[in-house]
Ligand binder design. Structure first.
Ligand SMILES: Nc1nc2c(ncn2[C@@H]2O[C@H](COP(=O)(O)OP(=O)(O)O)[C@@H](O)[C@H]2O)c(=O)[nH]1
Ligand SMILES: [Mg+2]
Length: 387
């Protein structure tokens, strides 16, 4: 139902096709982890991977704003066409999640003069089917039951407010924005399965850090296909950032080694490393990650300083499996959730952060350069719960 309404990219549709059949039953079981990874590899082998980005294919730089969104509200000046604020975009991006979660909650609690165990049971079902995750939902309901026992939930309004408060406090508990100024040379390793938005996120970050006056260097350690490096180079060109790259099929660790040397020699503030999200087997992928980490650690003290796992919010419970797998095997320290625009599965932000006690560093609400932001729990819950 929800899935049909979503605007599906090729990859997302493919993920759904490949994993969707037993998606409901497979949720949060270890075997699903294997599926999540294998699905991208199956695609790889069968040649059904999405075609490279147009920019990557032609080697030309895409214009940063391929589509200009005209704000629905009055413009500040007649001459300028401004994009809606990030909060507005976040709000409209989360609309489907909001309809599925808060809309149903409102229908449940609206005008309710009394809250009882049945109400909480119904709420539990809404939360679980909104990708908040079983573990987090059970915990939320337990807390709400305690509050009900203390007579804190007098009516529907109070329940709605309490739920928002409990969600916010869980997001806030793990919240920690990424501070790259803590190191002279900060090394950011970006990992995640194919198609989740790693390269795009790196492109957006390169632009943001450059705008902040930081000297940025990128490393194209996704050597799986040439187009991956081309895509990164195209992003680098947009913000005047250099990319260290080797030929297609080269050893990713060799790219990383060169990039670390170059970063030190050039005195950059931040080195961002792009990696491949697919290899022939899951074991290979994780071994590759370990090897890359060893190389970085040998070249730069305590590096990588952040291992950012990128997950596609629209894949719902698959994001959970990926977080579990990568956290154990690849030392993930932070999360970026992409494609929050237009998905009904935005509740996954709460689930993935809370279940793995990982900070959400960034969220992406679109494909253009300014569609990535620092995650802000208050802003996120406001966007979700505000009328
Ligand atoms: N709608 C939307 N699309 C995104 C977002 N982030 C990335 N994408 C798209 O997802 C696709 C895959 O991204 P890419 O960066 O190549 O993924 P990678 O394989 O992990 O490096 C591209 O078409 C991106 O434009 C986002 O926040 N919203
Ligand atoms: Mg990529």
């Amino acid at each position: 139902m929800e899935q049909k309404q979503e605007k599906k990219g090729f990859f997302r549709g493919m993920m759904d096709q490949l994993t969707g059949a037993d998606w409901e039953n497979a949720r949060e079981t270890p075997s699903e982890e294997t599926d999540a990874i294998q699905s991208s590899e199956t695609a790889e082998e069968t040649g059904t991977v999405p075609p490279p980005e147009p920019a990557a294919e032609t080697g030309t730089v895409q214009t940063p704003e391929p589509t200009t969104i005209i704000p629905p509200v009055a413009m500040t000046t007649a001459a300028t066409v401004e994009k809606p604020s990030f909060f507005e975009r976040l709000k409209s991006g989360l609309k489907k999640t909001k309809d599925g979660l808060v809309g149903r909650i409102d229908a449940l609690v609206l005008g309710k003069k009394e809250i009882d165990a049945d109400t909480l049971e119904e709420l539990e079902e809404i939360l679980i089917t909104s990708d908040i995750g079983v573990k987090t939902t059970v915990e939320l309901i337990r807390t709400l039951e305690q509050r009900l026992g203390r007579n804190e939930l007098k009516d529907g309004e109070a329940l709605r407010a309490a739920l928002k408060e409990e969600i916010l406090s869980r997001l806030t508990a793990h919240h920690q924005p990424l501070d790259i100024s803590s190191r002279k040379l900060f090394v950011l390793l970006v990992i995640g399965v194919n198609g989740v938005g790693k390269t795009t996120t790196i492109g957006k970050l390169a632009s943001r850090f450059t705008a902040d006056g930081k000297k940025v260097l990128l490393a194209a350690a996704d050597t799986f296909r040439a187009a991956a490096a081309e895509q990164l180079v195209a992003w680098g060109e947009r913000s005047g950032v250099d990319v260290i790259r080797h030929k297609e099929g080269a050893d990713p660790s060799a790219v990383v080694f060169d990039a670390c040397k170059a970063a030190v020699a050039r005195g950059v503030d931040i080195l961002i490393i792009d990696t491949a999200g697919r290899l022939h087997t899951k074991v290979n992928l994780m071994e590759e990650m370990k090897k890359i980490r060893r190389v970085i650690g040998r070249e730069i003290v305590d590096a990588p300083h952040e291992t950012l796992l990128v997950v596609d919010a629209a894949t719902g419970q698959n994001a959970i499996s990926q977080a579990r797998l990568f956290k154990e095997a690849a030392g993930v320290t932070g999360l970026a959730l992409t494609k929050l625009d237009g998905t009904a599965k935005g509740g996954i932000v709460v689930a993935v952060s809370h279940e793995f006690a990982l900070p959400v560093r960034y969220i992406g609400v679109g494909e253009s350069i300014d569609d990535l932001r620092d995650f802000n729990p208050q802003e996120f819950t406001d966007a979700l719960f505000q009328a």
